[in-house]
Design a protein around this ligand. Structure first.
Ligand SMILES: NC(=O)C1=CN([C@@H]2O[C@H](COP(=O)(O)OP(=O)(O)OC[C@H]3O[C@@H](n4cnc5c(N)ncnc54)[C@H](OP(=O)(O)O)[C@@H]3O)[C@@H](O)[C@H]2O)C=CC1
Ligand SMILES: O=C([O-])CC(=O)C(=O)O
Length: 278
């Protein structure tokens, strides 16, 4: 679409990511964009959470996906998890609506990725896979056009971030006294086994050497409250080692606070005459 037109945005999922993005758009912090529908599962719950928002904002909250389609968004932001992405994604694309995806881990299933891609090709809609909490993706994806020798990501999160995940079956999270690695494998495995916690490993893989060649370590830290993301990338055109120290979201300790801001940046770019660092 033309950047000068006001971008109509629908959001599915109003938790740590979707709620924050909605708030930024409503406050005019996301460029030339407006909210047209906010889809949740339990309308009363989200009307209560958003009781101090404007009556216009509250009027957009719905538990009916048809209300989102009736509002004719230019783009839908998925911020509700792999299951709802699987449930609604194809329909959104079939309708020619662009889809900005948070739950990248769904695409560890090649058949699902193919089906989404084919649908987008046929309708002309775009699938926009969010960088989310993943730093330096622009440089690494460009460098992957050369020969890549190594892509390795370590996600170290506080113990609380791993509660309620498969990590509980692998280690006793309450018993560890030092940072402990409980998973080593490929990005395909990590983002599949940890659907709410390792989407960035799938994002890194899909943008570089693929889901089976990208190596992942997951670590629980009983002391630090920081989300440490360590990346080692080695290619023909250069090397990168980085350590990004993110802050966990107060609403959801398994998500970094930077994730909604990454989406706000995307919405700004999509509705602006100038993109910084495309
Ligand atoms: N790419 C990245 O860097 C990251 C991606 N993610 C992905 O984003 C997703 C959302 O993260 P986050 O916001 O932190 O999670 P939250 O749990 O804070 O929020 C998820 C929201 O989605 C809602 N929801 C779930 N299913 C549906 C549905 N079928 N229809 C409408 N709403 C639904 C939940 O509602 P309810 O209150 O009813 O449960 C909740 O409000 C994660 O599941 C993960 O897949 C997360 C972190 C980083
Ligand atoms: O927010 C983060 O730090 C990363 C995350 O949860 C994910 O990749 O799913």
């Amino acid at each position: 679409m033309k950047s000068q037109t006001r971008l109509k945005v629908g959001i599915i999922g109003l938790g740590a990511i979707g709620g924050h993005v909605a708030n930024c758009i409503e406050k005019g912090e996301a460029g030339n964009a407006e909210l047209v529908a906010l889809v949740c599962r339990n309308k009363e719950k989200y009307l209560t959470i958003n009781k101090d928002q404007s009556s216009h904002f509250k009027s957009l909250i719905t538990d009916d996906i048809e209300a989102l389609f009736n509002a004719k968004p230019d783009i839908v932001i998925e911020a509700a998890g792999q299951e709802s992405l699987n449930q609604y994604g194809i329909t959104i694309l079939e309708k020619g609506i662009d889809l900005l995806v948070s739950s990248i881990g769904l695409f560890t299933n090649d058949d699902i990725l193919d089906a989404f891609t084919q649908t987008a090709e046929q309708s002309g809609a775009q699938m926009l896979l969010s960088a989310g909490a993943l730093p330096a993706l622009d440089w690494m994806s460009a460098s992957s056009l050369s020969k890549v020798k190594k892509v390795f990501i370590t996600q170290e999160k506080p113990v609380i971030s791993w509660k309620g995940t498969h990590a509980e079956k692998l280690i006793d999270l309450d018993a560890i006294t030092e940072p402990t690695c409980f998973f080593e494998g490929t990005a395909r495995e990590a983002a599949n086994i940890f659907p709410k916690s390792s989407n960035i490993s799938a994002m890194l893989a899909l943008a570089t050497v693929g889901l089976d060649k990208t190596k992942v370590r997951l670590v629980a830290d009983p002391i630090s409250l920081i989300m440490n993301t360590l990346i080692e990338f080695d290619s023909e055109v250069g090397q990168l080692q980085l350590n990004c120290q993110g802050i966990p979201s107060p609403e959801n300790p398994s998500t970094s606070t930077g994730v909604p801001l990454s989406i706000v940046k995307s919405i700004r770019n999509l509705s602006s005459p100038i993109h910084y660092g495309i």
